[in-house]
Design a binder for this molecule. Structure first.
Ligand code: ADP
Ligand code: MG
Length: 359
């Protein structure tokens, strides 16, 4: 039995369908990432699970028990918000202790738990400071300690790292994952940041316009996106519109994507000569200065192209390479080529995504 389930959650705000029949389940100790663009209903979904928002329809279950109408404090859930929501007039210690005292917990138990939670986030030394005397990352860790101190069955995190600068965000991402794993706490992690979702989640639920469009492991979401929206949202990608012209066997198809331009691609899903979109991630395309000689002709596409734009990104160059009238591919590569260079692009067929246009 899943530990936490959301069943057909619906929430309307006037004409806005904020959450549109959302269902998912989370196993004990699992971290589910809820990923989607701003306004797609992530926070509303999380608030329904926390008991802070009442759904119009649907149920929330923990270990099979219906808690849809239970008050937030009876749910055994901890919540961490984007803005930390620390009490500014309370010390670090009191911020963590407050929810425990509010529950009428005996003083020695409060003391034990606050110490333990602050040690977990490595802030016990700073227990007498006030929030304004802490860095953003430290404040975020206090918020986390406060949520952990109640020893929640489920921890709900709403973009908890988005106020931090990029470097700290990456470090905290790793720490948070380690902590969640170590404590074995079941978690739902809301984010609009695909890298964060990929790094932290055991599984990801991708949301769009109030609905879940795909649930899967990070690898499944990245390598087998259910549709163009997911493929685009989860990473950089080139889209080539075309139509399957031929089945080459072993799952390979020949797709016509332009005048005289064909792409060999791999698909498990599409079995008819249908209009499709071929997706190719910029990092999977290889650039060569000379025509490659020994390529496995059955699997590899080789195209001629001209560099029309180049951007230095530090670790790689971001190129736009025009391969035919109307078809320009984005390529990320370490090699340095000038704008105007004539190049050969090698696109491994088994690194392409074939997306059914109907989905
Ligand atoms: P996300 O967290 O993914 O950015 P939200 O769940 O906050 O999305 O919002 C989903 C939609 O519901 C948005 O269109 C938002 O404007 C609307 N919404 C959220 N909360 C309220 C509210 N309290 N009153 C009215 N509209 C709301
Ligand atoms: Mg939100």
């Amino acid at each position: 039995m899943p530990y936490l389930s959301a069943e057909n959650l619906v929430k309307r705000y006037g004409k806005v369908l904020a959450v549109d029949h959302v269902s998912f389940s989370v196993e004990r100790g699992e971290m589910l990432g809820l990923l989607g663009p701003s306004g797609c209903g992530k926070t509303t979904t999380l608030r329904i699970i926390a008991g802070l928002t009442v759904p119009d329809e649907g149920r929330v279950l923990v270990e099979g028990e219906d808690i849809t109408n239970a008050p937030p404090e009876k749910r055994g859930m901890g919540m961490v918000f984007q803005n930390y929501a620390l009490w500014p007039h309370m010390t670090v210690y009191d911020n963590v202790a407050f929810p425990l005292r509010a529950r009428g917990m005996p003083a020695d138990e409060v003391q034990r738990r606050v110490k333990e939670a602050l040690e977990i986030v490595r802030l016990y030394e700073l227990k007498d400071r006030y929030p304004h005397q802490l860095s953003g990352g430290q404040q975020q860790r206090v918020a986390l300690a406060r949520a952990l101190a109640v020893q929640p069955r489920v921890i709900l995190l709403d973009e908890p790292l988005s106020n931090l600068d990029a470097k700290l965000r990456e470090e905290m991402r790793f720490e948070l994952k380690e902590l969640q794993r170590k404590l074995g706490v079941t978690a739902v992690y809301v984010t609009h940041d695909q890298a964060e979702a990929l790094a932290l989640s055991d599984r990801i639920a991708v949301m769009k316009d109030g609905r879940i469009v795909q649930i899967g492991t990070p690898r499944e979401i990245y390598e087998e996106p259910a549709n163009a929206f997911v493929a685009d949202f989860i990473g950089k990608i080139n889209f080539l519109e075309g139509r399957i012209e031929e089945f080459l066997g072993e799952g390979y198809v020949l797709v016509r994507v332009g005048d005289g331009l064909y792409v060999k691609a791999y698909t498990k899903r599409v079995h008819e000569k249908a209009p499709v979109i071929v997706g190719v991630r910029p990092g999977y395309i290889e650039l060569r200065g000379t025509r490659p000689e020994k390529v496995d002709e059955s699997r590899v596409n080789v195209f001629e192209g001209v560099v029309v734009r180049k951007t230095y990104l530090g670790d790689v160059y971001d190129y736009r390479v025009r391969v035919s009238e109307g078809v320009t591919l984005r390529v990320e590569a370490r090699e340095n080529y000038d704008v105007g260079s004539k190049l050969y692009l090698v696109v491994p067929a088994d690194r392409t995504l074939v997306i059914d246009k109907k989905t």
